[in-house]
Design a protein around this ligand. Structure first.
Ligand SMILES: [Zn+2]
Ligand SMILES: [Zn+2]
Length: 178
């Protein structure tokens, strides 16, 4: 493989990584909060134990990526690059969503500034609405400004539920809606 070819494949992987944010947003909004709510519901409720039914989505995406890796390793470098992009997104998703936001790792780290804080607040607002309807913030790596999400929630009249959720959150990661 020449350097140019390698850089081209790396670019493909990066573009796929960015596209995946759109795919994940759409899947979250239209599948997980649509006909796929049966699995995703567990993620919007308190669950016992290490795993929740929603983790099956991660399994599905992993199986897909593995299938692409297998195809890619058999003489289809572009498919391989696509698989790398999807996997990178999966790793980011796991670190940011499962780790940073939901604290599914054995140590506590709550970001207090910068984009990481905004990501956490935006996803907290996603969880501020009860049930599958009327939620905001379906993306993961791109977070709109918190004020924008808050006013959207206000418009939908879901602030009451949001306030309730806020009470349960530590003050430093609170997203202001009032
Ligand atoms: Zn959700
Ligand atoms: Zn979540």
């Amino acid at each position: 493989m020449t350097t140019i070819e390698f850089l081209g494949l790396a670019a493909v992987a990066l573009v796929v990584l960015l596209i995946m944010e759109g795919v994940a947003w759409a899947a979250h909004k239209y599948i997980m909060h649509g006909f796929g709510w049966g699995w995703h519901k567990s993620h919007h409720e308190e669950t016992e134990g290490v795993f929740e039914k929603n983790d099956l989505y991660a399994v599905v995406f992993s199986v897909l990526a593995i299938a692409l890796f297998v195809v890619g390793s058999n003489g289809h470098p572009v498919v391989f690059a696509v698989a790398v992009g999807i996997t990178m997104y999966g790793v980011f998703y796991f670190v940011v969503h499962d780790g940073l936001v939901h604290q599914r790792w054995p140590f506590r780290h709550i970001p207090h500034k910068g984009y990481a804080k905004r990501l956490v607040q935006a996803h907290r607002l996603h969880h501020a609405v009860e049930g599958k309807q009327g939620c905001v913030s379906f993306g993961f790596l791109y977070a709109p400004p918190v004020e924008q999400l808050s006013s959207e929630l206000r418009r939908r009249g879901t602030v009451a539920a949001e306030r309730q959720a806020q009470k349960a959150e530590p003050s430093e990661t609170r997203a202001s809606v009032s």
